[in-house]
Ligand binder design. Structure first.
Ligand code: PLP
Length: 466
């Protein structure tokens, strides 16, 4: 069937006259066009490792790269996923990898030997490890970590060296959810004569809440393992680059093929299926997170709640200003009573529990719906203790400097009913720091006091009263 006839069947003869499709429409349709051959509405999984050539070097298919030849260099399921995610990130070139970490490694390799990278100081631990331990050793990479939330423009510019090739941003940071003014940092970095590239790791907000390429970033990356796949059953990563970076995209693709850091067709198929519900899930994650954060803020058992969507988060205005256009549209559509305490801003909430040493650890064993586990971004709610789990490898003094103390709990808010999640958190808090726990604590204080008195007697400090 000719493309013209297909367009006619779908009701449009002149697609250029049509309004561009919105986020959810692209999430469902881009990369999932019905098969021309069979009519299958959902893409088949293409397991073939090799592809028939029409003549030597004449390959079939593929949009931006050479046609299909061998599945390491290109595969229909990978292409479909890359196409979908590129449309959601407003980019042109998507490159899917075997994991978020393989994505990071390939970007850093592409900088070549002796390069310098400026990175946000509380970057994801695995990125920190690759930059400081692997790349430093294997390619002589120099790294400077900067607090991009507080650094002045002058300070940032003064840290850019002649060999600075890349600035690595993550926002909000993990697990303290510090918000970086991404568009501002991009403008400052790009004002430097050597114009280093700016990469934004957009894993925490997902393409739904933030569109870094629209803010001027050169590269956006994701651990697809998290929100994009959204079901905690795929490990994968992706890069998206804008049209102006064809050469860089080709270099990254070349390195990926050379190292073989590719995802399987099945993982790409699953991740594409995840993409279709990304907007639905992200809305629910955000609404649930906002309700939970607001409730935690009122709890007598909580020291501090960190959720940039809350109006009283110190960087709330910065978070609002860099929302994606579709997230802004979603928030505008919400009734005023939903927005009393703030706006949905992703699904991650951190809080500091009261109750002294060990309370956080105890809390994590008392929840029914929140599963104690690392990772984030799935439909199911998870909870963890960053100080001893995801960030356990950072020396105590270092992590405490950036607020990762042992009372800090990180929640990945899922898509369950908000009331059920709230009940679950409240019963666990009650159990650990609530009345019953206070009685136990009082007992402990009395016991300790009694022990002091006995010790005092022994030392002759406390006179024995007649
Ligand atoms: C912000 C961020 N970037 C990158 C990664 C690495 O991704 P992966 O675990 O898929 O290798 C993670 C993993 O937790 C992450 O949280």
């Amino acid at each position: 069937m000719s493309p013209a006839l297909l367009l006619h069947q779908n009701g449009y003869n002149r697609p250029e006259e049509r309004r561009p499709d919105g986020f959810a429409t692209n999430a469902i349709h881009v990369g999932s066009e019905p098969s021309q051959e069979t009519g299958a509405v959902m893409p088949a999984i293409s397991l073939s490792t090799t592809f028939k050539q029409d003549a030597v070097g004449v390959h079939k298919g593929r949009l931006f790269w050479n046609g299909y030849e061998y599945s390491r260099s290109g595969n229909p399921n990978r292409d479909a996923f890359e196409k979908a995610i590129s449309s959601l990130e407003f980019g042109k070139y998507g490159i899917a990898f075997a994991s978020g970490s393989a994505t990071t490694a390939t970007v850093i390799q592409s900088l070549g030997p002796g390069a310098h990278v400026l990175a946000v100081n509380d970057v994801y631990g695995g990125t920190f490890r690759y930059l400081t331990r692997v790349a430093e050793e294997t390619q002589g990479l120099e790294v400077t970590f900067v607090d991009l939330q507080t650094a002045s423009d002058k300070e940032i510019l003064s840290k850019i060296r002649p060999n600075t090739k890349l600035v690595w941003i993550e926002s909000p940071t993990n697990p303290t959810l510090r918000v970086i003014d991404v568009p501002h940092i991009i403008r400052v970095v790009h004002s430097h004569p050597s114009r280093p590239l700016v990469l934004v790791d957009n894993t925490f907000l997902s393409p739904f809440y933030s569109s870094p390429l629209l803010l001027g970033a050169d590269i956006v990356m994701h651990s697809v393992t998290k929100y994009i796949n959204g079901h905690s059953d795929v490990v994968m990563g992706v890069l998206v680059l804008p049209e102006r970076h064809l050469q860089l995209a080709e270099r990254l693709r070349y390195l990926q093929n050379a190292s073989g850091a590719i995802p399987s067709p099945f993982d790409c198929w699953l991740a594409l299926r995840g993409v279709k519900t990304l907007p639905l899930r992200m809305k629910q994650h955000g609404l649930n997170a906002l309700r939970i954060a607001s409730r935690l803020a009122e709890s007598p058992y909580v020291q501090e709640v960190i959720y940039p969507g809350l109006v009283n988060h110190p960087r709330h205005a910065v978070a609002l200003a860099s929302l994606s256009p579709h997230a802004a549209k979603f928030i505008d559509s919400l009734p005023a009573e939903t927005l009393t305490h703030g706006v949905p801003y992703g699904g991650m909430v951190s809080f500091r529990i009261k109750g002294g040493e060990g309370a956080a650890e105890k809390f994590l064993t008392k929840t029914r719906l929140f599963t104690l586990a690392e990772s984030l971004g799935g439909v199911e709610s998870l909870a963890e203790l960053p100080a001893l789990m995801t960030h356990g490898s950072i020396p105590k003094e270092e992590r405490e400097k950036i607020g990762i103390n042992e009372d800090l709990i990180r929640l990945s808010i899922g898509c369950e009913e908000a009331e059920d999640l709230i009940d679950d958190i409240e019963q666990a808090l009650e159990n650990v720091v609530g009345e019953s726990a206070l009685i136990i604590d009082e007992l402990a204080i009395k016991k300790a006091h009694a022990a002091e008195v006995v010790k005092g007697h022994a030392n002759g400090v406390y006179p024995i009263e007649a």
